[in-house]
Design a protein around this ligand. Structure first.
Ligand code: 13P
Ligand code: SF4
Length: 301
């Protein structure tokens, strides 16, 4: 492993590359990354960092967003088939159909979506800023795509808006059942329950705190509490445990593993830097059409 890490470091310097990793990546990948974060922070970093190459350790839509925000950089996705099932649940045609049905509505698009869907949306959001983005648009009626659970979570907090939901979902977070939450709370009555909004409304309702992966990390790190039940993908446990030695973290369910987030290994990262694989390629037209929705989101914060 040491040998692979040394070669990665060397190639990074030679090629002026940076490694960005999502909080769900395997520990070895998080540890060699220049920056680890949630979808929002990673998009911001991709735009701001001065480098020639971004090796994006995450899933396809994240690397694609990095390319849209930073078209002059070469963006590499080390595991070619690391996709997100939720992003594949909606097409640009679905959005056109919804727009026809609700012509006065603004379309807010969760970043877990393809470039072509972003291109036909008004503004993007992530789980960390969805509420802020919804409040930022003047329209009373909003079409929220594709995550029904995140949309529902936001809708509860904006009674003055009418939120039209689409039936997309995260195949990993949706697997968590409310019985598992009740069982975990019985065994660990003093632990705080931290939940990602991609979980179902029944599960979200039981949470002490709901937030993106980075917000869950911040909450646990800054809290005086000592025990936490973590209701999001298992990869987040690495950062939590590494940086909070005095605290205990319990994964809510063993089902909380996203197979696509586990496809990137150190070997793939090395291969990526050696052979410049797999480069995200988008036409100038695709980039300029999707840029506006993503950039508006960054401006909202
Ligand atoms: P965040 O890191 O933005 O919370 O995203 C979670 C997720 O499921 C990404 O695929
Ligand atoms: Fe997609 Fe869910 Fe995996 Fe995130 S955790 S990449 S939303 S399937």
């Amino acid at each position: 492993m040491k040998e692979i890490i040394n070669r990665i470091e060397c190639l990074k310097r030679q090629k002026n590359a940076v490694i960005l990793a999502h909080n769900y990546q395997i520990p070895e990948v998080q540890d060699i990354a220049d920056f680890v974060g949630d979808s929002f922070a990673l998009s911001k970093k991709a735009k701001e960092m001065t480098c020639d190459i971004i090796v994006f350790c995450g899933v396809h839509f994240m690397a694609e967003s990095a390319k849209i925000l930073s078209p002059e950089k070469t963006v590499l996705l080390p595991a070619r088939d690391a996709g997100c099932p939720m992003a594949e649940m909606i097409t640009a045609e679905d959005v056109a159909e919804l727009r026809k049905q609700y012509p006065d509505a603004a379309v807010i698009c969760y970043v877990n979506s393809s470039a072509e869907v972003k291109a036909v949306s008004d503004i993007c959001c992530t789980s960390s800023n969805a509420l802020k983005v919804v409040r930022s648009v003047p329209n009373r009626r909003i079409i929220f795509i594709p995550d029904e659970n995140l949309g529902n979570y936001v809708a509860q907090q904006v009674p003055d808006k009418e939120i039209i939901l689409f039936n997309g979902f995260c195949t990993t977070h949706k697997r968590v059942k409310v019985d598992e939450v009740d069982a975990a709370k019985r065994v660990l009555p003093d632990a705080k329950l931290l939940i990602h909004p991609e979980c179902t409304p029944e599960v979200v309702k039981k949470a002490d705190f709901v937030g993106s992966t980075a917000q869950i990390i911040d909450y646990a790190t800054n809290s005086d509490d000592k025990e936490f039940i973590i209701g999001t993908e298992q990869g987040i446990m690495h950062w939590l445990q590494k940086n909070n030695p005095g605290k205990k973290f319990y994964l809510l369910s063993q089902k909380l593993i996203c197979p696509n987030m586990k496809k990137t290994t150190l070997k793939e990262v090395l291969n990526s830097l050696e052979n410049m694989t797999y480069e995200i390629k988008l036409s100038q037209e695709e980039i300029s059409r999707a840029y506006s929705s993503l950039n508006k989101m960054l401006n909202v914060g």
